[in-house]
Ligand binder design. Structure first.
Ligand code: UFG
Length: 331
């Protein structure tokens, strides 16, 4: 049994990580400022309300709850469009917040970190499937903020012996099949929840497809959707990998197959049994045309294999969560 600190453990991906670790009977402490996370998604009884920008508070919380075998850092602002409009928010939370965390880790003798990175560090793809050797040329502040941290981590390994794994998620999607946790942002900007909201209440939330003139087969953006529990599994394998390997590593996490926005809508129609109307809108600033992973390195080094490879199955879990959440709201 190991003891994990999950920063951002009340958020979408963080809560699935906590769920995964608790199911494996590990000790889990969650730090979260609950700015975008939900109290309902807090699954661990060990919780501290703390912000990564509060250096003193963070240090105190580490001393109170530590030591930890591994730190998993999910706290971040993560919306491409918002990052274009308000980059200060992104550099402050994502870069400064992580620097604070690293400094506290150094002071308190913690040397193993798993960091949530993103496919947004790559920018426009130069090849169909993006591997770790692909050039990193982010086209929005969100991607740049995450790439900066990846660079910091390489330096911190050499200088201070902090070992790290950066996991570059492509598009996290779906929910735990239990229906107790899932994706719920306010306001919601992500494609699959927006499609499902529109399926549920077509008159309340009209679906917009941002861009129909991309250089893709049907003109809409292509993304690689990966189930959130497969992401959690990759983190656990990264922890095991760090146990045996010192250094700073990066892995791309996706299923290796892309779906266009229109294909996702059609898949959601099959899952929900409802017709989903949409209208085309202008391209969203900061969106690359296509982002599809080549996950071979994670397969080889982490022994990781995504369990959810059918888009319909991923969407089904998101739909089940939305319906369970509606029922909870009504009761
Ligand atoms: N989209 C629509 N309509 C919507 C919502 C989204 O057409 O209502 C489109 C977007 O323009 C994009 C695609 O659907 O082309 C996916 O958009 P999301 O907002 O669901 O996801 P993003 O690709 O923008 O970003 C997500 C995460 C980022 C991460 C990125 C990596 O939010 O943190 O995946 O691929 F960096």
């Amino acid at each position: 049994m190991a003891k994990f600190l999950v920063l951002g453990g009340a958020g979408y991906i963080g809560s699935h990580m906590v769920n995964y670790l608790l199911q494996k009977e590990h000790d889990v402490v969650v730090f979260d400022n609950l700015s975008t996370g939900h109290p309902k998604a807090l699954l661990s009884e060990h919780f501290e309300l703390v912000d990564v920008l509060d250096l003193g508070g963070l240090h105190w919380a580490f001393q109170k709850h530590g030591p930890f075998d591994c730190v998993i850092h999910f706290c971040a602002r993560s919306l491409v469009g918002e990052s274009v409009q308000d980059p200060a928010l992104y550099y402050q939370n994502n870069v400064m917040g992580t620097l604070n965390l690293l400094n506290v880790m150094r002071k308190t003798g913690h040397s193993k970190l798993i960091f949530s990175s993103t496919a947004a560090i790559f920018g426009e793809p130069m090849q169909k499937r993006i591997n770790e050797a692909h050039v990193c040329a982010p086209i929005n502040p969100y991607g740049r903020s995450k790439l900066m941290v990846e660079m910091v981590l390489k330096d911190f390994t050499k200088a201070y012996g902090i070992d790290s794994v950066c996991l570059r998620y492509f598009n996290a999607a779906g929910a735990d099949p239990s229906g107790k946790i899932g994706e719920k942002h306010e306001p919601e900007t992500h494609l699959i929840p927006n499609i499902l909201k529109s399926a549920r209440a077509p008159n309340e939330s009209a679906l917009k497809v941002f861009g129909n003139d991309y250089d893709t087969p049907d003109g809409s953006c292509v993304r690689d959707y990966i189930h959130v529990n497969d992401l959690a599994d990759a983190h656990f394998r990264a922890f095991q990998f760090l146990h045996e390997n010192a250094g700073a590593y990066c892995f791309n996490l996706g299923i290796g197959r892309g779906f266009s926005v229109l294909e996702v809508i059609r898949a959601a129609e099959k899952v929900t049994g409802k017709r989903i109307d949409y209208e085309f809108a202008l391209r969203r600033v900061g969106d690359p045309a296509s982002l599809v992973a080549d996950p071979s390195l994670a397969l080889n080094y982490l022994g990781w294999q995504p369990q959810y490879t059918r888009l319909e199955d991923i969407i089904q879990t998101a739909w089940d969560f939305m319906q369970a959440d509606d029922d909870r709201g009504a009761s």
